[in-house]
Structure formats: structure tokens, C-alpha cells
Design a protein. Structure first.
Length: 292
């Protein structure tokens, strides 16, 4: 039986008339990385805050290490590392002071690891946080989350302000943690190529629910693009199940489908008297297609 680091079941959250989450179901097995994607305003940050007990849900259940998110024990909090979209507060402190202050709240604080990351990511321990760039603050926020060696990392757009070199260093750190130390991670980002490198499963939040949740290979098998060319004019409404998006231009068409079996493609070739090629899509293309 799988052990879960976190589970959301039937989560609803409203802000007055805005029904943001409409029955979110999501689980993360211990030792895996789930990449969370969704358009701006889809509710990713709201979902994460509900998961962490920073917002109270209107319905459903949310647990982290089998504790209710709204009533996390001190032990569970020790096991969570969280990187928010924007680092706020304590800007009057120096980098070193903030990290020492953060470390005082945890039973474990890896000073050598923190020191190594400061050096590797070129952060001056004596710099005032108020003088740091957005990217430098993001690096500091990540180091805060790594210092107490948590079992579960929750990242809400952690690399948005990082330059390519820093992003690559960060992703390597995640891969090493997952492979060598069996850490669990929920990684929300718009950068599809990053998720292709690190995530075991991809979850897509759309219209307040998790529309897709599977590994990348399965997602690529499900969502594909057909290029159709026929010797005769094609109907405007093609007889294809699972259409996500289609463009028909007389005797040619481009159609994105979800879950269309290969034997149905063979049937289409015969029914439409058409040549049909299948284009595999990368994660960014899939995300754009399902969010049209």
C-alpha cells in the first residue's frame, strides 16, 4: 500500500462569488515529484495554501503526513519545506541573520548545507535582504526551505525569477534530493521544460479541478495532434471523439485529441480517404492545447 506525503480530496474554496477550487483531488506518494501546472488564476497558489493550512477549505479533506492541513502537528510542520511565490517580511535583516533565525525554529538545521548553497548561489551572507534582487530573494527563500532537511517540499513558482544557470543548479539539487534522499515534492511552475526534467507525474489544474494527473509519457500518449489531408473536402465537424481543438481548412485539418486509440486513426484514414500523421507533443504544447 502506497504511503502518501499529501492528499487532497474534494477540496472546494470560494472567495465570495469566485469559486476557485471546485473539487480538487490530488495525492503525492512519498518519494515522488509531482509537477503542478495551470494558467494564471487557475488556483494553484490557493490550493497550496489550503494544503498548508494557510487557508481554510470550504469543503473536502486535506492532509499532510496524515495530519489535517488545518491542524498540522509540530512534527508535521518540521517535515515541510515551503517556497512561496514572493518572499515577504524581514527585509531589514541580513541574509545570515534570517537563516540563523529560521534555523532556530527547527530541531535539525544543516549549517554546512546552508553555507554551501550560499557560496554556490553567490549570495552574500552580510547583504541586507532589502538590497537583494528578486532573483536573489528567491534563492534565499529556497535555501530557507532546504536548511532543515524536510521530507516534503512544496514549491510555488520557485524559479520564476532565477536566471538559467541558477535554475539549472536548483533543479540539480532537487534531482539529487529525490534520488539520494527519497524526498517528496510538489512543484508548481509555468516552465514546462523544468517539469520535464524533474517531475515523475504531471497534474494540470483547470476550471477548479485536476483535469489531468499522470506521468509525462502517459500524458503524451493521451494528447496528440493529428494532421489530416484528404483528396476531398472535409466536414467542418469531424467525426473524431476526444477533440480538444481543431482547425479545418477544406481538404486539410489539424486536430488535437485526448485518448484517441490508434485503431480509430486507422478507421479515420479509411472513412475520410485521408493521409493522417500523428505529431507527439511536448509538455508546453500539451499545456497550451488543453488551456485554449
Amino acid at each position: 500500500m502506497s504511503e502518501y506525503a499529501l492528499r487532497l480530496a474534494g477540496i472546494h474554496k470560494r472567495f465570495k462569488s469566485n469559486h476557485v477550487l471546485r473539487g480538487v483531488d490530488l495525492s503525492l506518494t512519498v518519494g515522488t515529484i509531482v509537477g503542478l501546472m495551470g494558467k494564471n488564476g487557475a488556483g494553484k497558489s490557493t490550493m497550496i495554501k489550503c494544503l498548508l493550512g494557510l487557508l481554510k477549505t470550504d469543503a473536502g479533506t486535506s492532509t499532510v503526513f496524515n495530519d489535517s492541513s488545518w491542524d498540522l502537528t509540530a512534527d508535521s510542520k518540521q517535515r515541510i519545506g515551503y517556497v512561496p511565490q514572493i518572499m515577504t517580511g524581514f527585509t531589514w535583516m541580513k541574509v545570515e541573520t534570517l537563516l540563523e533565525y529560521t534555523g532556530s525554529f527547527y530541531d535539525v538545521w544543516n549549517k554546512e548545507k546552508v553555507k554551501s548553497l550560499l557560496l554556490e548561489w553567490d549570495l552574500n551572507p552580510q547583504a541586507r535582504i532589502s538590497h537583494l534582487s528578486e532573483g536573489e530573494r528567491q534563492k534565499l527563500s529556497i535555501i530557507q526551505a532546504l536548511g532543515h532537511e524536510p521530507d516534503l517540499f512544496i514549491f510555488d513558482e520557485p524559479v520564476a525569477a532565477l536566471d538559467p544557470s541558477s535554475r539549472r543548479q536548483f533543479l540539480k539539487e532537487l534531482i539529487d534530493l529525490n534520488m539520494n534522499e527519497n524526498r517528496s515534492m510538489l512543484f508548481s511552475t509555468h516552465i514546462a521544460s523544468d517539469l520535464e526534467r524533474v517531475a515523475a507525474d504531471i497534474a494540470v489544474l483547470k476550471n477548479g479541478v485536476i483535469a489531468y494527473k499522470c506521468n509525462l509519457a502517459t500524458l503524451q500518449e493521451r494528447i496528440r495532434r493529428l494532421h489530416i489531408r484528404s483528396g476531398r473536402e472535409l466536414p467542418e465537424s469531424l467525426p473524431i471523439p476526444g477533440v480538444i481543438h481543431s482547425i479545418v481548412n477544406r481538404n486539410s485539418a489539424t486536430v488535437t485529441v485526448d485518448g484517441l486509440p490508434d485503431d480509430y486513426v486507422a478507421k479515420l484514414r479509411n472513412d475520410l480517404s485521408a493521409d493522417i500523421s500523428i505529431e507527439p507533443l511536448n509538455l508546453e504544447d500539451i499545456f497550451l492545447e488543453v488551456n485554449r
